[in-house]
Design a protein around this ligand. Structure first.
Ligand code: PGA
Length: 252
């Protein structure tokens, strides 16, 4: 059985005081209950303060991105070892805002996944089609390309720390959530690709989260789908009540 994971992606939001208050409220709500994995991903500058606020709870700390080299002359970038030293166990990689606004390519994403996993982090690899791709019926081609490119060369041991997040770009921050059937269909396709490429063990063990306008109200039906193993939550992760409602839905 795959354990469910609910991860909050705070994006470029919160002041330091808001971030620590939000983290403290999430930590209080979750306590030490680890039936469902819970992680929050604040902006880089708040990582250590948020990590302190999570102390003693089962809530894990994650980053929203990571660089693909381990160290060196990469102005403005942050390495996986730095994130680990800040207390992170997760790093989101290949979020659609990075792919589409910042031009991150599949090859860089593959490199980031490798480096993050080599350095012991869990990678939350994001993938998903744009509205134009879905309207042209190209989504499965996009999934295949993104999964194939991002996972190329990973060892079985590294796959043990990979989480995939299916996030249709048209559903992110738009309030237009995928239907449970659309999510299940996409997740089953991605799992099928993992099975064909890497075998049953990896396909059955890899968590696939859904992301895109998840709320406390729609989470239950999405999370009931057999191949939906949790949620990557943007907007609704900025309020403790709505985030904790999604965690409660994941617990079933
Ligand atoms: P949203 O964002 O929940 O605000 O749609 C999800 C994400 O970008 O991870």
């Amino acid at each position: 059985m795959r354990k469910k994971l609910v991860a909050g992606n705070w994006k470029m939001n919160t002041t330091r005081a808001e971030a620590t208050a939000l983290a403290a409220a999430v930590a209080k709500g979750v306590g030490t209950d680890d039936r469902v994995g819970v992680a929050v991903c604040p902006p880089f500058p708040w990582l250590t303060a948020v990590g302190d606020a999570l102390t003693g709870s089962a809530v894990a700390l994650g980053a929203q991105d990571v660089h693909y080299e381990k160290k060196g002359a990469f102005t403005g970038e942050v390495s996986p070892a730095m994130l680990a030293e800040c207390g992170c166990t997760y790093a989101i990689i290949g979020h659609s805002e990075r792919r589409h606004i910042l031009g991150e390519a599949d090859s860089a994403i593959n490199h980031k996944v490798h480096t993050a996993l080599e350095e012991g982090l869990h990678a939350i690899l994001c993938m998903g089609e744009t509205l134009a791709e879905r309207e042209r019926g190209l989504q499965e081609r996009v999934f295949q390309r993104q999964v194939y490119a991002a996972c190329a060369g990973l060892t079985d041991e590294q796959f043990g720390r990979l989480v995939i997040a299916y996030e249709p770009v048209w559903a992110i921050g738009t309030g237009k959530v995928a239907t449970p059937e659309q999510a299940q269909e996409a997740h089953a396709f991605v799992r099928g690709k993992l099975r064909a490429l890497y075998g049953d063990k990896i396909a059955d063990a890899t968590p696939i989260l859904y992301g895109g306008s998840v709320t406390g109200e729609n989470a239950r039906d999405l999370l009931k789908q057999p191949d939906v193993d949790g949620a990557l939550v943007g907007g609704a992760s900025l309020k403790p009540d709505s985030f904790l409602a999604i965690v409660a839905a994941a617990r079933g």
